[in-house]
Design a protein around this ligand. Structure first.
Ligand code: CAA
Ligand code: NAD
Length: 288
């Protein structure tokens, strides 16, 4: 029988917005974490993001300097996927591109040495069943979807696919709740799961509204913050998520359901083509 507590060594693929946040969560939870990036520069940027976030928490008095050092010591940054061979759990958080994720899952299927290692994706919208199929170990593959910023947001969506095994589901439920202290909900393997199915059409509608000249970006956002009590408006939230990521999620959801409200508006396409990706590139609907 699987030992539910047997997850001590974690791998995170991609050290961008989400990968660095997830790394902060797992390392603060006491777990050895190896982060894989594409280049040395990207690996260094990931290290700086994690350290910067921990130092900010230290300044706010939420973590001691000793705990920051101990957390950083648990993390290794590398460009070699093979370093993940001995991991109990891998969380894939690379860019929202199906070709990239399929390539990674295919390689990971041969790299992971432990028979019961679990392979998860933080994808927002790509079918989990496809990732399982190319890995050759589909019963130990599932969606584990964190929210941005991962150290702050309590929710994790758990997405078993048609081929995910019951033991994998139970282990991830236990891991997310007991080891990470997050609150899971279970969703079906359909593009967007629960939260993005509701959130992304709303964000795309706000972008269409701005594109059509209904109101300024500031007023659209102010409307939803002051009128509906949201912590931030839809255009500021789009900038936080990343416009390339929102566009990719919209495309996957449109491919799946053919609903016009999921289709990215032309302004979003143009902004992504121009490299205006939101907060992470320094410019989106706002300048940072
Ligand atoms: N890392 C760690 N901690 C962070 C953080 C980060 N990146 N950003 C904020 N925090 C912490 C702060 O330290 C602070 O903690 P304390 O109150 O304990 O001191 C707390 O969060 C609040 O931060 P701030 O006071 O700086 O800022 P804020 O009150 O404006 O909150 C926010 C910032 C948490 C981002 C808030 O605006 C918010 O909740 N926004 C909505 C975020 C959201 O909707 N996320 C979901 C996106 S959709 C998604 O993730 C799915 C997908 O697939 C696209
Ligand atoms: P990001 O653009 O900030 O980071 C992606 C990182 O992946 C980059 O640093 C890139 O260098 C790296 N990468 C690309 N290909 C790689 C490969 N083959 N191997 C290793 N690293 C690789 O994107 P993000 O916002 O962190 O999103 C990552 C994943 O998380 C996506 O699937 C996205 O849909 C999902 N997600 C994003 C959010 C959000 O709000 N941004 C929220 C929840 C889930």
């Amino acid at each position: 029988m699987t030992d539910f507590d047997h997850i001590e060594k974690v791998g995170v693929i991609g050290g961008g917005l989400m990968g660095s946040g997830i790394t902060e969560v797992t390392a603060r939870g006491g777990l050895s974490t190896i982060v894989v990036e594409v280049t040395e520069e990207a690996a260094q940027a990931a290290r700086e993001r994690v350290e910067g976030s921990l130092r900010k928490a230290e300044k706010r008095g939420k973590i001691s300097a000793e705990d920051v050092d101990a957390t950083l010591e648990r993390i290794v940054f590398t460009t070699e996927l093979e370093r993940l061979a001995d991991r109990d759990l891998v969380v894939e958080a690379a860019s929202e591109r199906e070709d990239v994720k399929l390539g990674l899952f295919e390689r990971l299927g041969t790299i992971l040495e432990q028979d019961d290692a679990v392979l998860t994706s933080n994808t927002s919208s790509i079918p989990i069943v496809k990732l399982g199929a190319v890995s050759g170990r589909a019963d130990r593959v599932m969606g584990v979807h964190f929210f941005n910023p991962a150290p702050v947001m309590q929710l994790v969506e758990l997405i078993p696919s048609l081929t995910t095994g019951e033991a994998t589901k139970a282990r991830m439920q236990h891991f997310v709740t007991e080891k990470l202290g997050k609150q899971p909900i279970e969703a079906t393997d359909r593009a967007g799961f629960v939260v993005n199915s509701l959130l992304v059409p709303y964000l795309l509608s706000a972008i269409r509204m701005y594109e059509a000249g209904y109101a300024s970006a500031e007023d659209i956002d102010k409307g939803m913050v002051l009128g509906c009590g949201h912590p931030m408006g839809p255009l500021a939230l789009s900038d936080l998520i990343g416009l390339d990521t929102i566009r990719a999620i919209g495309v996957s959801m449109y491919d799946e359901f053919k609903e016009p409200l999921y289709s990215p508006p032309p302004l979003l396409d143009r902004m992504v083509d121009a490299g205006l990706l939101g907060k992470k590139s320094g410019h989106g609907f706002y300048a940072y």
